[in-house]
Design a protein around this ligand. Structure first.
Ligand code: SAH
Length: 366
């Protein structure tokens, strides 16, 4: 249930962790508590990352008990964690209050620690090469459930997280209101205070929501999952292409750039003999140039249920070279966590389908 934009589980009380400072202040007033309590609560929840009201040392016991019964503090529960012996990448499986499962990934880079979060339980976008969509969409995540993936990882690792990518399971722009609220809370200077410049949201291309996001004027990076350079080819691998053309997507990317001053990224998963020809590279360069877009090449992660194959290494390098020769800024996603459960959604998929076979395929990350 949505009321004033704050998620409310039926009968479970307000989701206090999804509230802004102003909303929390209003809530204190409504409940007869002084306004300064809002600041204290917000700090405990979003900076100290406590799991229970009872841990909030400067909150009177009676107040903690009242809040606890009327506004329960929800947290995600860690169900599984895989740590790569090769590079320390950690893959987490979290359960929500209703036992829905989502995946998140923790990665260490020279520039800091990055967490990749899920925005939905499952996904309904149906991209043919993606494991996250195999079981369909169960539901969208609340702002607090998105935050909690980061909070829990920071608690477990004891390490500060500085970069966030919304690139896990789900289509963030199919959960727009909760995403925007999450972004505000995440980058709030009174909370975890993640720099907006260190946040990336990846979308398969829900064009009207790209315009909406541009109008929010965040300084976050928008990554467009392109994966094909003609509408015909894109329709074959991404059902969303039946709704919006590449031209419309490019126009929305341009608007995003003009409104925010942030260069967009194109994600392009290389699938052998599907989208990796020299002509594809040429056309991709032509799409990227007017937008000054950065291109992130991802050798496709083979998903057992799908049957697409990765472009060979030499083919990936040739594709990259061709783009670079056209003056395009390109990176190839670094392969991290090669030894742990592979592509997006595979850890969850394995848990819900009860299949325990270890999957050796690789997860690639920027
Ligand atoms: N729904 C969003 C974000 C989730 S996926 C989106 O579509 O952008 C993050 C990125 O990984 C997207 O570019 C997606 O197309 C890509 N991806 C998904 N499955 C993949 C796979 N098996 N191999 C390579 N890239 C994949």
């Amino acid at each position: 249930m949505q009321e004033n934009g704050v998620h409310k589980e039926s009968g479970a009380g307000w989701d206090i962790k999804s509230m802004t400072m102003d909303e929390l202040t209003a809530l204190m007033k409504e409940n007869g508590f002084p306004a300064f309590r809002a600041k204290q609560l917000y700090r405990w929840i979003h900076v100290s990352l406590v799991r229970e009201y009872s841990e909030m040392r400067n909150i009177p016991k009676a107040m903690a008990e009242k809040l606890s019964s009327e506004y329960p503090l929800t947290t995600v529960r860690m169900i599984d964690r895989q740590v790569s012996k090769l590079d320390g990448t950690q893959k987490y499986l979290f359960a929500m209050a209703d036992n829905s499962l989502v995946e998140s990934v923790f990665m260490r880079y020279k520039f800091g620690n990055s967490v990749c979060i899920s925005s939905q339980v499952g996904c309904r976008m149906g991209c043919r090469f993606c494991a996250s969509t195999l079981d369909g969409l169960i539901r969208s995540l609340t702002p607090s459930e998105m935050l909690d993936q980061i909070y829990e990882i920071q608690r477990v690792t004891g390490e500060r997280v500085s970069h966030i990518v919304v690139m896990g399971t789900g289509e963030p722009l199919d959960n727009y209101d909760n995403l925007v609220r999450f972004l505000r809370l995440l980058t709030d200077e009174n909370g975890l205070n993640i720099s907006q410049r260190n946040v990336t949201v990846s979308t398969c291309g829900i064009v009207p929501r790209i315009y909406d996001l541009a109008d929010e004027k965040f300084s976050i990076t928008l990554a467009l999952s392109l994966h094909a350079v003609t509408d015909e080819k894109r329709k074959e691998i991404m059902p969303i292409a039946n709704h919006y053309t590449i031209a419309e997507l490019m126009e929305a990317g341009r608007y995003y750039f003009d409104q925010t001053g942030r260069q967009v990224t194109f994600e392009y998963s290389l699938i052998r003999d599907v989208n990796d020809s020299a002509q594809d590279a040429q056309m991709l360069a032509e799409l990227a140039r007017p937008l000054k877009a950065h291109i992130n090449l991802i050798p496709v992660n083979p998903v057992k249920e799908r049957g697409y194959r990765q472009t060979k290494d030499a083919g990936v390098r040739a594709f990259q070279k061709k783009l670079e020769k056209s003056g395009i800024n390109v990176s190839i996603r670094r392969v991290l966590g090669r030894d742990i459960d592979g592509a997006c959604g595979q850890l969850r998929h394995r848990h819900i389908s009860g299949c325990n076979e270890q999957n050796a395929s690789s997860r690639t990350e920027e």
